[in-house]
Design a protein around this ligand. Sequence first.
Ligand code: SAM
Ligand code: SF4
Ligand code: FES
Length: 346
Amino acid sequence: MDISALIHQAEHTHQLEREEIVALLGDDRHNDELFAAADRVRHRYVGDEVHLRGLIEFSNICRQNCLYCGLRRDNQQVSRYRIEPEVIIEFAGKAKEYGYKTVVLQSGEDVSFDVDTMRHIIREIKKLDLAITLSIGEKSREEYAAYKEAGADRYLLRIETTDKKLYEDLDPGMNFENRLRCLRDLKELGYEVGTGGLIGLPGQTLASLADDILFFKNMDADMIGVGPFIPNPDTPLRDAAGGTFTLSRKVMAVIRLLMPDINIPATTAMETLDPNGRVLALKSGANVVMPNVTEGDYRRMYALYPGKICINDTPAHCRGCITGKIAGIGRKVSESHGFRTKCLQR
Ligand code: SAM
Ligand code: SF4
Ligand code: FES
């Protein structure tokens, strides 16, 4: 296949067939062309502003047992914590002071944060005129509805992989159909929906990654976050090879070509594999960064994978650091809440 022609086609029509995506992902001779095309599409559709979302990792307690994740319930090596609701609200207030327009509340599936507790946290943070993204896993439709009604704006729930068998092998006790049900419910309830996946899971093929990309396009997700799977020594996948920075960056760039107007984060896991990972991602299609605003030792304890960045840094330091990186590539931190603006094809 003529890879340059495929990149050109994708840049201008935003369409690719499954086999074309596989060919593109499997060929490393045209990577710079791919990244440059994704950068142009990003510029044309979502502009030069970068949206910052302040990430609060409020509990590392999880009832699930995903084989790849350091927070899985069987991992005895991690010290567990949950942050008190009033402290979470205080962290959100500080995020606002640092100039963030959105906070992302992320945790393991910790059932002690029941509906009333979450509603209280959401309502209090909404008073600060911040957009709220939740990333707290699989819940019932009624719970999602209650959080929406309380003021939550967005929800992040990665499908992880659209290969049902792989998903269910890697997430024992979880059910692929239920994950899809969650994404459907979130959309119907009016959330901006973010999803995404892990790159480099054991047994994952390029064809499977192409299916993931087409799934994202088909469901018209508002935000797609992809990042390398990084093996954690305290999990059953400790000896797996893991994903590479380059393949993750390529998947992200293809997503930008096919979904020109969505929000795409430069993920933390990408920077873990390459010290300049987020800047390279921002130059290959990404337009969002999620700096950590969690304080103190919690950052280290939210140990999904080894080598996580910023574990010894303060929220103030990260704010300055990321602003400098964004300015350094001639981009600008957005002053808006950063909702997706759906565009007609340009
Ligand atoms: N519990 C919620 C969930 O699973 O949706 C939210 C928190 S979970 C820690 C957030 C994301 O971390 C997951 O969607 C997964 O893709 C990512 N993650 C977990 N383990 C990882 C690893 N070893 N390498 C890279 N990313 C990982
Ligand atoms: Fe829990 Fe999410 Fe980690 Fe799975 S990925 S073990 S649900 S925190
Ligand atoms: Fe945390 Fe750079 S963003 S140190």
